[in-house]
Design a protein around this ligand. Sequence first.
Ligand SMILES: [Zn+2]
Length: 491
Amino acid sequence: DLRRKCARELSKLDADLYPIGAVVPLMESYHYKDLVDVVMNSMKELSDTVPRHLMGAGHPMIFALCVAMGCDLFDSAAYILYAEDDRLLSTRGTFKLENLQEMPCSCEVCTKYTPDDLRAMPKDQRRDLIAQHNLHVSFAELRLIRQAIHDGNLMELVEERCRAHPALLEAQRQLGNYTRDLEKYEPRSKKSAFFYTGPESLCRPEVLRHMQKLREMPKKRDLVILPPTRKPYSKFVSGKLGEFYIYGSEQELDLENTDFMVLDIPFGLIPLEIDEVYPLSQNDAPKTRDVDSIEFLEDFLNEFVEYYEQVLIHSRVIRNLEIGLYNKSISSEEIRYKKDDVKKVKAIADYQFGPGAGEALFSGNINIEKSKKTGKIRHVYDGKVLIVNMRASDSYLILSKEGAKRLHNAMQYPKNRVVVNKDSEPFALDGKSVFCKFVVECDEDIRANDEVLIVNEQDQLLAYGKALLGACEIEQFKTGQAIKTRKGMGK
Ligand SMILES: [Zn+2]
């Protein structure tokens, strides 16, 4: 509470950066778990517009974790202080020169000298060389982190780094309690695939987000749960599906009123219609399940079966989970998954823009055009009028002018909207990009890379485009671009 209060007061000052201090004792005693609590509670209140300096943090081993929490600047003296003490930094920890048999990296110092050479040197010369190594390692790690941010796989790097010490692993597990805070900054779609590196991956923002979206999705009467195949699952699920166990009230099967989902790590249940949407297919996990994963799947299953009247669970799913809730086995010729492109684009729209978007966007004489090369959906028309394009890399829908109009009509304010002030109205209508300082308000569920509607304060549609930032950033930033406008609605 005191950390939050302090951060709240700091945010009122017009400062160039915010320091987060009094953390050195925590780091020196390896209390990284407490460091996570300190930093995350400070971040809750600090403005997103000003860089944060984590005072006294200069060990490259924790840079990735701290950047993931929102720190921008680190200690500038650690490299020399460690060198004074004959200690060499690395992302795996600290090496004392007296214990070294091999030099720890391939920097200029480490390739030119042996530990014996250094030990034989006068103190000053040795310190300068170790300092040079320490700086090299620190900058190399910062470059790696910036590349990871660019590629969208910072959390994979954090998970890797936090395997270096049990105290760091504990810190990362603690960070799992702040997923909701981190999710606000997580882009909706990224270039890189989601890699499962251990049970901690199940606490990542993407998993939480999918779970929330899935809860909101419209549900049919029945649910069929299938074991994972190769991805995208919907491409490899066909023909007779095999033996099923029934949960819930047994009723005659109605395929029109049935959801088909695959149960897999790391996203739990994945409806076949939306399985190509990022990151539901763009992920990888070991086929051999760990105990935490099995528990995660069981919890997921136990929650979602309650939303349906009748659930048919594939025998292989039951076997892999070793759960005994379901007793009756049936083998039905009738249970078949039938691909339906219209259902698919509607489900993706509901998942992307919110329940109801699918029906609103795709009414009329729906006509779907696919890529001749890949067979993937490319464009969706009503007659000859384009409604959306589907992006090949992540299967997200990109609105056309007509699509934007339909979405705007169907979805209640402020859903999917960014509201701009009166001065910027003509620019927006003209298709010019929207800058943060002109935004009055926006839907709090907007995340970077979302397709959004740009409206004025009377909720008239001015333009549509792609968000470059998340809602909390758009609202706080006074400079910089918020939305890359695709098209203005014109005068
Ligand atoms: Zn080195």
